[in-house]
Every structure is written in C-alpha cells, then in structure tokens.
Design a protein around this ligand. Structure first.
Ligand code: F6P
Length: 364
C-alpha cells in the first residue's frame, strides 16, 4: 500500500476531524493508499521516535461530529523558521523544510495532505519547492484564504457568534446599554460582517474599513432619546481606528511569530466613554469560544467533502494544489496562488451593500 500523511496545523477549527475522516475513509474504500496522521503538525515527524498514528476505521469512527483535531495541532515551530536554542540561551531560527521532506519520505510517505490556513499553506508551498507531493485543504474560521469561496469552520464560528450576539441584544434592550462584542478576524471582517447581519447589529467594525470614533458615537447617539435606547456593536479583533494601529501584543511563546490580537473592543469602550457616550457600555470578547465545540452540519458536510476531494487529488497525482470550494463545486487551485495574499472584503462585496441597506454603520 502507498502511504499518505495528514497534518493539521495552526489554530484548531470545527471540521478538522471530518476532513481527516473523509480522507481516511475515501482512501480505505479504494484500498491503494493508507492514511496516517502526524501528531501536532510536523512536531510528530521531527520527534524521535516519530509520533505518527495510523488512521484505522476504529480511530476515525464518528469523529466528524467532534471539534478540535484527533491528531492535535500547533501554531509553533514553523519548519521554515524553526526555533533552536543556542549555547548562550538565546534563540535563532533555522530552515528545516529540506530536512522535513527527507524525514517524511524516509518514513515511507509518498504524499502529504496539509490541512491549514494561510500560514500552513505557505509551509506547504515551501515543502513543494523541496520536492514533496502536497495537497492542501483550506482551514480557518476567519475565511480569509485566497482561492476558495469558503473555508470549513467559518460557518460554525458565525453561528456561535450570532447566537452570542442574540444573548447580548437582550441585555442591550433591557438596560438601555451599548453592548460591544469582539469576534475573531485578524485581517478580514468576514465573521464580524456575517454576525452583524445575522444578529441585527447597528454597528460593525472590520479591518478593511478603519473606523472614525466620532462616526461611531454619532450612530450611537442617534439611537438614544432622553437616555433611552440601545445599540449593539460587533467588532473584529483586527479592526483599527483611522490612522491608528491594531490592538494586541507580541506572542510570548518561542516559535510563535504572530502578534496576539485582542482588546480592541475594550479600547473602543474607553474611547467612547472619553468622548461622552450617553449610555453604559459593556464589552464581551468571544475569543476561542468561536473555534470550539462541535461543527454545525454545514461544516461537517463541507469538511467531509473537502477530505474526500483531497484524497482524490492524491490518488490522481494532482499535487501542489489546494482543495477549493467555488460556485457550489469542489475543485482545486495551485497552492502558489492561494498564498499570494489574504481574501479580504472588497468595497464592492454584495454583503457590504446589504449591511449598509439594513442600516448597519461601519464607522466610516
Ligand atoms: O486564524 C484564526 C485565529 O482564530 C485568528 O482569528 C486569531 O487571531 C488567531 O487564530 C488566534 O490564535 P491563537 O490560538 O494562537 O490564540
């Protein structure tokens, strides 16, 4: 039997297990490829002895309904810039992609299915350039990967965020308050925009449209009369005021190159209070709740289908490609195209027009 290796990298995401199951089941049904997983992305390959699991029918049974990933994940230790501690205690990064490809091949694997977001697909591209047969599967709750209309996990995150907003609206109405809800969305406002429309927010602040605090306050003021009224604001973690910067801090963990975003909603609350906002303001930061728990049915289906498609691409030798959902069909795009940037909301996107027609302000 030929062996294929599956890796899940970056943040966890509802639907990862359904992809793993889809690949393993499709492979088993044809009996030519044997699916394995590497634990915690490529840490499993670098470990001595390697930490790999064979994805037997027993191991994958019923996992499509479970959140997280049975083969674990990490956003540390990017093989392109792998942290290595020096004798003096300091850290430097080295490129271990060539070594990684050698290790994967020497373990008998002829193909790699890398399930991950933009960072993981950039790693895929580096491994392709070192001679690995790679198929990518697009994962991120942020939905900001180029080359696909949708990523699995996004719809579950929107569902969780919308249900959370429904609960906050209750308090806003009852207390005449301004309720602020911060959602994920590092570079793109997809979750925030979908949630604002689904939940009926009055204001939606996203990375693509820097907000002006006076405009935000103006929209709030219009909703109050003699101290009575309410307003709900959805703000993406990557939103920023016009001329300002994102709110976050440098990651503390060795090997994590990201800025940890978070806190922009609290910052906005402070700005509004300083400007004399007429109402009490309360802030909720949803954080990782959006990534946790079971995937909704749509994501289980999309993720299962993407898993089966990824297997078919391996079987047919269509390497260097990422599974892509476009126009209600599954196809594939070159990974080199998918990593050219992020898929952000463009000013002409129909949902921005819809939101504005529904009276949602973007603070611009
Ligand atoms: O990329 C998905 C994402 O959920 C971002 O929206 C967020 O900034 C990041 O992951 C948080 O990752 P971590 O798990 O490292 O806190």
């Amino acid at each position: 039997m030929k062996k294929l290796l599956i890796a899940t990298g970056g943040g966890d995401c509802p639907g990862l297990n359904a992809v793993i199951r889809g690949i393993a089941k499709a492979a088993r049904s044809e009996g030519v490829w044997d699916a394995w997983g590497t634990m915690e992305a490529f840490n499993g390959v670098f470990s001595d002895p390697p930490e790999l699991v064979r994805l037997t029918p027993k191991r994958i049974a019923g996992i499509h309904v479970k959140g997280g990933t049975i083969i674990k994940t990490t956003n540390l230790n990017d093989p392109r810039a792998y942290p290595v501690q020096q004798a003096d205690g300091s850290w430097k990064t080295v490129d271990r992609t060539g070594e990684l490809v050698e290790r994967i091949k020497s373990l008998g694997f002829e193909a790699l299915v890398n399930i991950g977001g933009d960072g993981s697909q950039r790693i895929s591209q580096a491994l392709i350039e070192k001679g690995m047969n790679v198929v990518g599967v697009p994962k991120t709750i942020d939905n900001d990967l180029l080359g696909t209309d949708l990523t699995f996990g996004f719809s579950t995150a929107v569902q969780i965020a919308s249900e959370s907003l429904d609960k906050l609206v209750t308090t806003a109405e009852s207390h005449h308050r301004v309720m602020l809800m911060e959602v994920m969305g590092r570079d793109a406002g997809w979750i925030a925009l979908h949630t604002a429309i689904a939940g009926g927010a009055e204001i939606c602040l996203i990375p693509e449209i820097p907000f002006q605090i006076d405009k935000v306050l103006h929209t709030i003021n219009k909703r109050y009369h003699k101290g009575k009224g309410f307003a709900n604001i959805v703000i993406a973690e990557g939103a920023k005021p016009a001329g300002g910067a994102v709110v976050g801090k440098k990651a503390l963990e060795v090997g994590d190159q990201h800025i940890k975003l978070g806190g922009v909603a609290n910052y906005l609350q402070m700005l509004l209070e300083e400007k004399g906002c007429p109402a009490q303001i309360r802030t909720t930061v949803l954080g990782h709740i959006q990534r946790g728990g079971i995937p909704i049915a749509f994501d289980r289906i999309l993720a299962s289908a993407m898993g089966v498609k990824a297997y078919e691409l391996v079987r047919d030798g269509v390497f260097g490609t990422m599974v892509s959902y476009q126009g209600d069909q599954l196809s594939q795009v070159p990974i080199s195209e998918a990593v050219k940037g992020n898929k952000i909301l463009t000013p002409d996107h129909y949902l921005l027009r819809v939101a504005r027609s529904l009276g949602i302000s973007f603070g611009d």
